[in-house]
Unconditional design. Structure first.
Length: 115
């Protein structure tokens, strides 16, 4: 993605809006947010917003990595609170129903986060 420019004020407002959206989804400090998105400005804003909430972002590629991440997080007593993926149907198909995931589609979710 080229040509995206934000002022510090715009970046601050967008990050704040994303953080409020994450909190509304139930993301809390020390949670882990799994992300399978292309490297875009929205992905960067999402990482900054998660940091603002106090959550960690784990970049994963596909259901196998998500499953491994969920196991690791559970083993440490943490909570995988949200999964945001560009292709949620295929991404979450391998996650298994037992994982405590709040699933959303990336396009719709990212639009909702910045409103």
């Amino acid at each position: 993605e080229q040509g995206v420019a934000l002022t510090y004020g715009e970046l601050s407002r967008a990050t704040r809006a994303f953080a409020l959206g994450l909190r509304a989804w139930g993301v809390r400090p020390a949670d882990v947010v799994a992300v399978d998105l292309p490297n875009t400005s929205e992905c960067l804003l999402l990482q900054l917003a998660a940091s603002r909430v106090g959550a960690a972002v784990a970049t994963v590629k596909g259901p196998e990595e998500l499953s491994k991440l969920a196991s690791s997080v559970a083993a440490t007593g943490g909570r995988l609170s949200a999964t945001i993926a560009a292709t949620p149907d295929s991404f979450l198909a391998g996650a298994g129903a037992a994982l405590p995931l709040g699933s959303v589609t990336a396009g719709r979710a990212l639009d909702e986060l910045i409103r």
